[in-house]
Design a protein around this ligand. Sequence first.
Ligand SMILES: [Zn+2]
Length: 338
Amino acid sequence: MLATVMYGPGDVRFENVDDPMIIKPSDAIIKLSATCICGSDLWPYRGLQASRGPAHMGHEYCGVVVEVGSEVRTVRPGQFVVGSFCLSDNTCPHCAYGFHSSCVQREFMTGAQAPYARVPLADGTLVATAEVPGKDLIPHLLATSDVLGTGWYAADAAGVREGSTVVVVGDGAVGLMGVLSAKQMGAERIIAMSRHKDRQALAKDFGATDIIAERGAEGVARIKDLTRGVGADSVLECVGTQEAMSQAIDCCRPGGSIGYVGVPHGVTFDGYAMFSAQRRMLGGPAPVRRFLPDLMNRVLSGKIEPGKVFDLSLPIEKVAEGYKAMDERRAIKTLLTV
Ligand SMILES: [Zn+2]
């Protein structure tokens, strides 16, 4: 089959690779209904993260099961499924606590920017729907696999609840999903920090009540103005740079919580400053599997439309163009049709 391979920074090709096969008895093979490019795929694309030779790209996926290994019990061929970018057994103690992204058998999904993909640990990773959903729902269901699941985790980790005041740092796809998630969790005030008109509009559509374009100390001052000088109850850090992390910590009130899901690149913490600041922090790769059944139900019942975050749709053979558009910030997130 033809699939997406990254050879190095800026070099993404759609080329012939081996068809995925059942390797372990716990594997499943799915036929992708659609796939997409993640903001985290841009780190190696921009040369900001070392990559070791040609890599099969893609970790966000949904589709129909075509084959399962001999040990797979919970999904069967013909079923529509969504899975997380973190593969998990859903049985170990960490999974039982809801931290599937720290599963003792954890692996990371790869090779999903393709027409077919192998999903290891299928029983613990995949969630099936009762029926094969209509085409119009595919982008929304695909979004639950990572971008929404990650935004949701940021809000969950930041302790968002009914009546909360929330700040979202980062107006990329995950930040926008963080806005949607905070709204679903009943936040009263959701302040999105964004400098881009189109992203500000989408943030408002997803439930942002205020937009702040300023950054750094000026941005923090604006947040303080909006919160009687107190700071926010919950802050979602959805970027992964030192500037974004410092801003997130400074926007939060003492006793408040920061959920951080931007993959840290060069972020460091000052122990004494953290001691004095008195903020709770929880981050890491999102345990999307914990949230998947709930998020898929919200999509299937029409409560949420997270697929609106895809503002560019390309046939998968144009995947290289999709990377370029996101790299140049002409697109927030690229959907690839297969
Ligand atoms: Zn586990």
